[in-house]
Design a protein around this ligand. Structure first.
Ligand SMILES: Cc1ncc(COP(=O)(O)O)c(C=O)c1O
Length: 386
């Protein structure tokens, strides 16, 4: 079969639907967060899940330019992707690596694994010994998250074991906060301070030879909430992407959203009153209506649970999304404005002429959290770096 010669690279990524990413915002947010830290406190930019959907390479580069010293990812592949882009700063893998091949790759690519058990420590030792190298590792301890990490009760014996393993170099120790972002959980401060106390108690029991480990506990919420949680490094994700970890966070640090989701109007329909719209006819027009069909759907990451619960921006004005969001399209009621045209740009998230829609609004509408909203945009949406 013969295809015409138009290169796929020449197709404008802004024809249908796309995500705009603003590295300048990431850079500035990093500077803002950095300015809140003590001079010798390091900033780790958390760029897992493809930089919270923004594109890990773009985010990593901008965060490093803004003053981040380290990167944090969840998986080995995420770390390798950054190394292959030529990023050579320390990269900590926050997830557990359980098999020998992954740990081997980790050592070869100078990545730092998180160790939470004797099994992992012994595997790292075996690999490092076979390569005649030292393996730099961080220990993770569970102070109350009840997810990854070594139990508090056994962490000192794990450290003692690591001390006997010649090819391991313990360079960091950390834990993760469960409720720092969650005033909504009611008892968050109590739990956060309990986690802080447990972490401090552990640190005070470390031998002198471990006093210069890089100690870290805080995510965005912990970082913005309380300097006592900063220790030697903070691990910041959400704030670098421009959002405070809880909406009513009362501070004067200004963060700029680093992403916008936009799509174009594919069709405009004039329909009479009492017309059922989209699958299930969950929305029935109550007047003669003008409807815009927008080329973006749940297969792009506009979650179906948002159906009928969001508004979009067109030329700086809000319009209601109506009926079920489908895989590839959604419908917007534009009856009020006869000037809107096919091809006009619709902003689903982000700013348009001074008005904006935030992941908080979406997450409140569908019972999610901003983190999940940001990670929901699929590969079908090209990332356009502005
Ligand atoms: C271990 C760890 N540290 C830090 C972060 C960053 O969290 P945030 O995006 O709330 O700053 C995450 C994200 O989930 C994490 O899993």
């Amino acid at each position: 079969m013969k295809y015409n010669s138009l290169s796929v690279d020449k197709i404008d990524p802004r024809q249908r639907a796309w995500v705009e990413v603003f590295p300048n915002a990431i850079r500035e947010n990093t500077q803002v967060v950095k300015s809140l830290l003590a001079e010798n406190c390091l900033l780790m930019a958390v760029v897992k899940a493809d930089g919270y959907g923004h594109g890990a390479g773009t985010v990593a580069q901008a965060a490093l330019e803004g003053g981040a010293a380290n990167l944090g990812v969840a998986t080995l592949q995420e770390a390798l992707d950054l190394r292959k882009l030529g990023i050579d700063c320390p990269i900590l893998i926050l997830g557990n690596l359980v098999n020998i091949q992954d740990l081997d790759a980790c050592l070869s690519w100078d990545l730092i694994p998180t160790v939470s058990s004797a099994r992992e420590a012994l595997l790292c030792q075996k690999i490092a010994q076979s390569h005649g190298k030292k393996f730099r590792i961080h220990i993770k301890v569970d102070t109350g998250m009840t997810r990854l990490g070594c139990d508090l009760a056994t962490v000192l014996s794990l450290i003692n074991l690591i001390d006997t393993l010649e090819n391991l170099l313990l360079v960091g120790i950390y834990s993760h906060l469960a409720l720092a972002d969650g005033h909504r959980y009611g008892f968050s401060e109590e739990i956060t301070s309990l986690q802080e106390q447990r972490f401090n108690a552990l640190l005070s029991n470390l031998k002198d030879s471990h006093k210069n480990l890089c100690r870290h506990l805080a995510n965005s919420a912990g970082t913005l909430r309380d300097k006592a949680l900063h220790f030697d490094m903070v691990r910041v994700g959400l704030a670098l992407y421009g959002y405070k970890p809880f909406e009513d966070f009362d501070d004067n640090c200004f963060l700029k959203p680093a992403l916008a989701v936009r799509a174009r109007i594919a069709l405009i329909r004039d329909v009479p009153a009492k017309t059922g719209v989209s699958y299930g006819h969950n929305f029935i027009t109550n007047r003669p209506s003008r409807l815009a069909v927008v080329g973006i759907g749940y297969a792009d990451g506009v979650i179906r649970a948002l159906s009928g619960k969001i508004s979009v921006l067109i030329n700086g004005c809000f319009y209601r999304q109506v009926g079920a969001i489908t895989m590839d399209q959604l419908v917007v009621d534009i009856t009020e404005n006869k000037d809107i045209q096919i091809g006009d740009v619709v902003t689903l998230l982000g700013e348009d002429r001074g008005s904006s829609i935030t992941p908080y609004q979406w997450s409140q509408a569908c019972g999610s959290i901003p983190w999940e909203i940001l990670c929901s945009f699929k590969y079908r949406l090209p990332r356009v770096v502005i």
